[in-house]
Design a protein around this ligand. Structure first.
Ligand SMILES: Cc1ncc(COP(=O)(O)O)c(C=O)c1O
Length: 439
């Protein structure tokens, strides 16, 4: 599998001794009290004692602050890419913060709708939307449907009515190769997403839609990939999109998401405010009108750092002169990213944050796969013991949302912490839940 190119540039090699964990990899509301990690004033050990492990714990105000920082630096609109993390409480939070919501399946639309998120502020994506999904989107009045293929145009033509035309954007493949893992790269020509700019498919679809009485094409969309650290990667994308916007006189432009985040010590990622400001500057420099409705659609950059996953150490296996495996009570079922993209993570002991870390361990999950490794090189105290809590920071994005029941392991609960209190917003899956679908 291709190595993940998505890391930022580490400013230093991994240290051999660590006296304190970098706070930049923990939620804004993290603090250490007598060596014990608290998030938003909630002691992690206390939550583990009360609800068991594993669990995801989110700093609610971290998410709100990040959204507000992005909004403050941007005259356009922010849409949260719900694929990064969605539950009803997250949809409500996004609603309260007044942003848009990117949904990419019936399920995402349904959960957001069930949470009371207004359809008019949803953006519906997907390269293979079914009739049923499109009909539901029309029924709940989804704000913009992002058309991804000629087949989808046909489908919408048969589902929509000229009396109430659907408002749409067209997803354009700008032919840009972002510097990231090939599995999360989406702007290149060879992609299942969108209409090619270089080969004229986008222009052809635009012309076709101009004569439609059932589809109002108001603007364009593109998304070049995920976990992108270099802001200049977005410039080539912008140039293509600006050319099309100017040529056809569209009034709306969605540039997708993709801003990278730091997962390990030494990585540095641009602030969300710099990224949104960049889009605004590009728009100005390209001479696009101030009235252009500019939308950005970050997922990871809003939620990744806001959460940690807390596990309990179950076994420790010391292999002389090879490595020491520390196995926890979760793994690839709650965080498939290391297996999918060889993504790097760090590990911490939430109840011993001030102990010196000087020993390298391999943190493995409990699944029947040798590749079920959460952290390949974790720097932790030498006396790490069975029964201790161990957490992986920066797991707020694409962890819970990509979780599975592999090996019939139930998905962990999701906890929101705020002002010294916590609440379980998604409960732990039970054994009965695992039988729920069986006839
Ligand atoms: C259309 C679209 N928008 C936004 C995003 C969010 O990307 P990220 O979480 O990297 O910001 C994605 C991710 O796959 C996407 O496909």
């Amino acid at each position: 599998m291709a190595k993940e190119l998505s890391r930022g540039e580490p400013s230093e090699a991994m240290p051999s001794v660590r006296h304190s964990f970098p706070m930049g990899l923990l939620p804004y509301g993290a603090s250490i009290v007598s060596g014990s990690l608290h998030i938003a004033g909630v002691e992690i050990q206390k939550v583990a004692d009360e609800i068991g492990t594993p669990f995801f714990i989110y700093d609610e105000d971290h998410i709100r602050t990040t959204i507000r920082n992005a909004k403050e630096a941007f005259s356009g609109e922010i849409a949260f890419a719900s694929k990064a993390f969605l539950c009803k409480e997250m949809a409500r939070l996004a609603d309260q913060e007044g942003i848009l919501l990117d949904v990419a399946s019936m399920g995402e639309m349904y959960v957001a709708h069930a949470a009371g998120f207004p359809g008019a502020r949803m953006i519906f994506h997907g390269n293979n939307k079914s009739d049923q999904e499109l009909a539901f989107a029309i029924e709940i009045g989804v704000g913009r449907i992002v058309i991804d293929s000629f087949d989808e145009i046909d489908r919408l033509e048969s589902l929509a009515s000229a009396k109430e035309p659907v408002s749409a954007w067209l997803r354009v493949t700008p032919g840009v190769e972002a510097h990231t893992h090939e599995y999360v790269m989406t702007g290149q020509e060879d992609s299942k997403f969108g209409f090619s700019y270089r080969w004229g498919a986008a222009q052809e679809a635009i012309e076709l839609l101009r004569s439609s009485s059932k589809i109002r094409l108001l603007g364009l969309h593109s998304h070049i990939g995920s976990q992108i650290f270099r802001l200049d990667s977005f410039k080539a994308q912008f140039d293509v999109m600006a050319e099309l916007i100017s040529r056809y006189g569209f009034t709306e432009l969605n540039l997708g998401g993709g801003l990278g985040v730091a997962y390990v010590d030494g990585e540095e990622a641009p602030e969300i405010a710099s990224w949104v400001a960049m889009a605004q500057r590009y728009s100005k420099e390209a001479g696009l009108p101030d009235s252009l409705r500019l939308v950005l659609e970050p997922g990871r950059a809003i939620v990744a750092r806001s959460a940690i996953t807390v596990y309990r150490v179950g076994t420790i296996k010391r292999l002389k002169e090879i490595r020491t495996y520390v196995s926890v009570d979760g793994g690839m079922s709650d965080n498939p990213r290391p297996v999918l993209y060889e993504s790097g993570y760090e590990a911490i002991l939430p109840s011993r944050m001030e102990d010196v870390s000087d020993t390298i361990y391999t943190i493995s999950g409990k699944h029947c796969e040798s590749g079920d490794i959460l952290v390949s090189s974790a720097l932790l105290p030498s006396d790490l013991a069975v029964g201790e809590l161990l957490a992986t920071p920066v797991t707020g994005a694409y962890g819970y949302s990509m979780a599975s029941n592999y090996n019939k392991v139930g998905r962990p609960p999701v906890v929101f912490a705020k002002d010294g209190h916590y609440r379980v917003v998604v409960r732990r899956e039970t054994l009965d839940d695992l039988l729920h679908l069986e006839e």
